[in-house]
Design a protein around this ligand. Sequence first.
Ligand code: FAD
Ligand code: SF4
Length: 508
Amino acid sequence: MVRLVLVLGDQLTPDMAALRAADPAHDRVVMAEVMAEATHVRHHPRKIALILAAMRKFAARLRAAGWRVDYTRLDDPDNAGSIPAELMRRAGQHGAETVLATRPGDWRLFAAIDDLPLALDWHEDDRFIATPAEFDAWATGRRELRMEWFYRLMRRKTGILMQGDRPEGGRWNYDSENRKPPRADLFAPRPPDFPPDQVVNEVLDLVEARFGDHFGRLRPFGLPTDADQAQILLDHFMTHALPHFGDFQDAMLADNPFMYHSLLSPCLNLGLLDPLEVCRRAESEWRAGRVALNAAEGFIRQILGWREYVRGIWWREGPDYVTRNALGHDRDLPPLYWGAETRMNCMAHVVGQTRDLAYAHHIQRLMVTGNFALLAGIDPAQVHEWYLSVYFDAFEWVEAPNTIGMSQFADGGLVASKPYISSGRYIDRMSDYCAGCHYRVDRRTGPRACPFNLLYWHFLDRHADLLSHNRRMGPVMANWARTDAATRAEILDQADALSRDLQDGRTV
Ligand code: FAD
Ligand code: SF4
């Protein structure tokens, strides 16, 4: 009897586990563009277009390889509207009772598919280097789940940057040589653009018509939408940006949204590139003497370490992870996250870049928009929804641990050993944003005091009980305790007024 093989929009890899288990001569691949997925949060139009275009091209590739593909377009009149409903419709059409599927990166979809009155044959997503069971075995019984220790396990497992059982160069981590502040004269290479072909143009028209009112700019669109284009992006990164990757990993320049970052996250997350191959390629660049060890190791750690680690956290912690709120933050996300005017130059730049490109690099996400939301006491569920909507690489398995855990400390310190907070001083050191700002980064009080400074001290004060037990927060808590009472009161009053302005939607 014919079986259905489900291929989701982020499973665009020719040797996905479910495809490997199927028989092209008898089984039918099911792919569907559905409103339920396109609208469960209000995704950035560029992200929707990227996924739909990549799906259409992948379906054509499967057909060319001999698969029979039942592909439902978003505007097909008999589109059933959701993945489970599409599976039932296709099962009825073909008299199929069994579905071969690879584990999705999302609890919601996993549960909805698993509930169907069909026989589900689940396969592990082995594009990842660690299985959830392997992560669990590592995590069980540990007091702290620090990424660094898990990363070492992954280095040993893959042999990447290893010499026998020892790390190449004698150290596991070269971060102390990385993360320099930016210089104004830095020349960072622009990643290649991929002008839309016919498939992409059709999708762009569709997305414009159906999702034109979502936050974000759709055109000009130049993202890679198939494996060949992803390979070109990868080659470009390895040649032009990897050599400086570590050095300026945390730097932010207003006129340079990409710096030396790779932009490979959507290619990896959709399945257009294999993470292990990408890591091996970076390693071979180092072995060939084309990049320094700190650059190769810093890049490999992001994929072999962070990417694998957050996925392990996601499956281990379960579907309620996105509802965690360890700090009890309950304020609404201010309109400036959706493009409302702000006088904060850093926020205006990062939100504007997010609107235009559906991209911001890690430090922009963590230390500008994430930092501000945390300091301002925003409800982490709303912050999570924002990140899931606006970035072109956002899928719950990777976005939620980064947002709920790393950025908002809402899991109580599972992912981060202390809250990732900073005053304006860090932003000033790592960017050129402050020079052009209405606010003064060196002021803690007064009408032009940097809002990051005000909210930073307010955060420390309102969470003093929790933070005073944290060894790494000791020096900064002591600094706050030493500040004279009048200055403290002035900072707290002004921060309260700022919070009210944010909540009432006044321009800050
Ligand atoms: P590079 O700087 O070039 O890094 C190389 C690769 O390493 C990335 O492509 C990515 O695959 C991986 N990587 C780097 N950091 C992380 C990390 N912390 N977790 C997982 N993988 C990592 N990444 C996503 O892929 N999807 C998300 O939805 C997402 N949401 C985030 C939300 C917040 C609040 C924060 C702080 C980070 C988030 N990240 C997310 C992680 C990281 O910011 C992006 O992976 C990175 O910015 C993508 O750009 P890039 O490809 O140029 O990365
Ligand atoms: Fe951002 Fe403050 Fe610097 Fe302005 S002064 S850019 S608000 S950190």
